[in-house]
Design a protein around this ligand. Structure first.
Ligand SMILES: NC(=O)C1=CN([C@@H]2O[C@H](COP(=O)(O)OP(=O)(O)OC[C@H]3O[C@@H](n4cnc5c(N)ncnc54)[C@H](OP(=O)(O)O)[C@@H]3O)[C@@H](O)[C@H]2O)C=CC1
Ligand SMILES: CC(=O)N[C@@H](CCC(=O)OP(=O)(O)O)C(=O)O
Length: 345
């Protein structure tokens, strides 16, 4: 059994990790931290876990994380970088759901996250945890930088076209919508029911930290200079993410050939569903599951491809993806414990 620790077990990605790992046949929940709930049985806070999780929260300074084989950090940016060096030196694998190790360039990280990086020596070693594109490196990794939720949709949507060299990489556009759980469980005015429900708005239009993350990753796959305009929106639902991506074709290609590119690229990807050309994927078709669905469109058969991508921000956009990485790091089949079918309605 893989002994698992979770730092930040009371947040939304933390409890999602608990839901997935409690049902994982090879994982043993060993330490779960909370600064505020030290000693409280986990299932007292989350009754959905009664009968499945029988340990209590412990404060991060008391939790013996070094006895674990892997520790997930489901914490705000800046927490994992403080503890990862010691854990890794002790032979513990680390999976950070925050952004501490996602950007290789320290200055870019500090510019966007406005905190000094305390473990820059680990930036080079960290492996970006997007299994569909980084499978082999993840298997060997000691430290995983789990991708942001929006960047997962943007990368998996643009990648086949970029790799084929048939789009203008300098003019990528992503118009994306997230459910409110994307902002986490912490108390904030913007996520109050009366602020976020029956309402719809864009945010971060002049610049969002997921733009440099996505651009830096996409840049690995093309010689052209990547240019990305990304506009996130908050939609009045709890879970779910819908990204509408636009790319300009630079070569003649039929719709069948476009579709074939995506089908071929993801034929072995258990968690990417390339739907029939012209489909309209719904966020609820991924709710609670680790599946990401993609559908291609070509308005008026012109030179713009529209790529629709949906996922559950808490599963494929965060905790499910992190468990997928754990499976690879420990030599397990990638889908172990991740076969949940989406909830409908
Ligand atoms: N929500 C989402 O859809 C996604 C989130 N992420 C990223 O995952 C991370 C977690 O997000 P989310 O679960 O939404 O956040 P939440 O705000 O819901 O939870 C944060 C958790 O971190 C703990 N925590 C906060 N500060 C510290 C600290 N200094 N030391 C130790 N623990 C701390 C909190 O617990 P306590 O106060 O009890 O200690 C809580 O359990 C974030 O970095 C987020 O950006 C990534 C992709 C998607
Ligand atoms: C709706 C909402 O607020 N979403 C979050 C993104 C969540 C995520 O992926 O976060 P990290 O990259 O910070 O880990 C945001 O836009 O800040």
């Amino acid at each position: 059994m893989i002994k698992v620790g979770i730092v930040g077990g009371t947040g939304y990605t933390g409890v999602e990790l608990l839901r997935l790992l409690a049902a994982h046949p090879e994982a043993q929940l060993t330490a779960i931290t909370s600064r505020k709930e030290d000693g409280l049985p986990v299932a007292d806070m989350f009754p959905s876990l009664r009968g499945h999780v029988d340990i209590a929260f412990s404060s991060p300074d008391k939790a013996d994380l070094k006895q674990c084989d892997v520790v997930f950090f489901a914490t705000p940016h800046g927490v994992a970088m403080a503890q990862a060096p010691e854990l890794i030196a002790a032979g513990v694998k680390v999976i950070d759901l925050a952004a501490d190790f996602r950007l290789k360039d320290q200055a870019t990280f500090e510019k966007w996250y406005k905190i000094p990086h305390s473990a820059p020596d680990l930036l080079e070693e960290a492996v970006y945890g997007l299994p569909e594109l980084n499978h082999e490196d993840i298997k060997k990794a000691r430290l995983i930088a789990n991708p942001g939720c929006y960047p997962t949709t943007m990368q998996l949507g643009f990648y086949p076209l970029l790799k084929a060299g048939i789009i203008d990489a300098g003019n990528l556009i992503a118009d994306a919508k997230s459910g409110v759980s994307g902002a986490g469980r912490k108390a904030e005015i913007g996520t109050l029911f009366s602020e976020a429900s029956d309402n719809f708005k864009a945010y971060g239009v002049h610049g969002h930290r997921h733009t440099p993350e996505t651009s830096a990753q996409l840049q690995r796959y093309t010689d052209q200079k990547v240019g990305l305009i990304f506009t996130p929106h908050l939609v009045p639902m709890i879970r779910g993410m819908h990204s509408t991506l636009y790319a300009r074709l630079t070569q003649d290609i039929t719709n069948d050939a476009l579709q074939a590119l995506f089908v071929e690229q993801y034929k072995d990807a258990e968690f990417v569903d390339v739907m029939p050309f012209g489909s309209h994927p719904e966020t609820r078709s991924t709710r609670g599951s680790n599946m990401l669905r993609i559908a291609l469109h070509r308005p008026d058969n012109g030179n713009t491809v529209v790529i629709l991508v949906v996922q559950d921000n808490l599963v494929k956009g965060a905790s499910g993806q992190a468990v997928q990485c754990m499976n690879l790091m420990f030599g397990l089949p990638e889908s172990t414990g991740l076969k949940q079918i989406a909830l409908l309605p």
